[in-house]
Design a protein around this ligand. Structure first.
Ligand code: RM4
Ligand code: MN
Length: 388
């Protein structure tokens, strides 16, 4: 059996990054249901993210999305975050909410639009310099809706040029993280639709370009853990965007739709040593809480990742290897399932007590009165939402 002290040490060292946009109002293209107490500023998003860290102890960074989180002084924003006990993490570029980007951004047929898109990428690196962020995360909505609309190959060339410009602007400690997504908003071709495309661009760019696996960005039935294993093997897995999907890119809470899939993915991470901070894998949430309260939604998500991680760390790897060598198919599967079927909640409650935290992060958050406080304090003003 794995050594429980080592399991706890690994769990204490785990870091899960939160998305600033999880705290703002979001919805579907049909309706955004506003919630009371939603942040009006990026500082208030940071305040809410800090609550998640306060009660889980493993979520000390907040990813920002530009221009949703635009401020005049990013060094000051980083200092503000530090004051709340968290750091500004990944900087996400936004090349999908400007009139100019109807036909794409970095792949647009018009060089003027491409120049504007690249300028935004460089602006994001300036922001990283000011915040001390390590990662520039790029997701492009670029693609086409109709056969013949544009040249698939020419668009790849334009994409490569833009990626080159961003990559060359990075300094030594910084990375470019390229995210793929099967479809949407483009429905015929998407310029970075899959891990293979992202991988090819990252290999061409160099050592500091890595792929982001957003768990929601695959076709139904895709074996995501296989992709994860391949990217880990190639040293090209840079980050996860965790969420759950039932149908398309639903952005629901990680571990909600299929906790076993999350376990299988994290098992491949563990098998490749990916929980070692030196492996440089960033574990992020990329979620929206459309109908559920946002801060408890984020706390629950962090706990879901922790639970899956704990189960993975409980896999008896020696017994698994022996069963695999012996060709004991059922035995090997049973070793995995034993770990998966372990109730790790008591272990995690213990861990939190060791860390000086309440064993039940959701309950202590509800008791804290923070939810009532923000509803009262944030009655005026414009709540943060898509596009603000
Ligand atoms: C995209 C992608 C990005 C996220 C945006 C909000 O679908 O998943 O990671 O930044 O949504
Ligand atoms: Mn994502």
């Amino acid at each position: 059996m794995p050594d429980l002290t080592a399991v706890k040490t690994a769990l204490k060292a785990q870091r899960i990054e939160l998305p600033s946009w999880a705290f703002g109002n979001t919805g579907t293209r049909f309706k955004v249901f506003a919630q009371p107490g939603v942040p009006r500023t990026v500082q208030e998003k940071i305040d809410d993210a800090a609550q998640v860290h306060k009660y889980t102890g493993v979520a000390p960074a907040v990813a920002v999305h530009i221009p949703w989180d635009k401020v005049d002084d990013y060094a000051e924003l980083a200092a503000y975050a530090r004051g709340q006990g968290v750091a500004i993490g990944t900087v996400n570029a936004n090349l999908f909410q400007d009139e100019d980007y109807k036909l794409g951004s970095v792949c647009h047929p018009d060089p003027r639009v491409r120049r504007k898109a690249v300028a935004h990428l460089l602006e994001c690196v300036d922001i990283m310099d000011a915040t001390g962020s390590q990662d520039l995360k790029l997701w492009f909505a670029d693609g086409t809706n109709y056969p013949g609309q544009d040249s698939v190959a020419a668009r790849q060339g334009r994409l490569a040029e833009a990626l080159d410009a961003a990559y060359q602007r990075l300094s030594a400690g910084q990375r470019l993280i390229l995210e793929y997504k099967l479809f949407e908003p483009a429905f015929y071709t998407t310029d970075v639709p899959d891990w293979g495309t992202a991988y090819l661009h990252c290999v061409r760019l160099g050592e500091r370009a890595k792929v982001c696996v957003d768990t929601g960005h695959h076709a139904p039935g895709t074996n995501i853990e296989f992709i994860v294993a391949m990217l880990l093997r190639a040293g090209k897995l840079g980050a996860f965007d965790f969420n759950s999907r039932f149908y398309a890119d639903d952005d629901l809470m990680v571990g909600a739709a299929d906790p076993f899939q999350l376990f299988r993915i994290l098992f491949e991470v563990a098998a490749a040593g990916g929980f070692d901070p030196a492996a440089g894998i960033s574990f992020m949430l990329d979620q929206c809480h459309n109908i559920e309260p946002k801060i408890p939604g984020q706390i629950r998500s962090v706990m879901n990742v922790q639970e899956a991680t704990a189960k993975v760390l409980l896999v008896n790897t020696a017994a698994l290897a022996a069963a695999q060598r012996a060709g004991d198919v059922l035995g090997a599967n049973a070793v995995l399932m034993d770990a998966y079927n372990t109730d790790v909640r008591p272990l995690l409650a213990d861990l939190r007590a060791d860390m000086g935290l309440d064993p039940d992060p959701i309950a202590v958050y509800h008791r804290s009165g923070y939810a009532e406080k923000i509803v009262a304090e944030r009655a005026d003003g414009t709540p943060a939402s898509w596009g603000s």
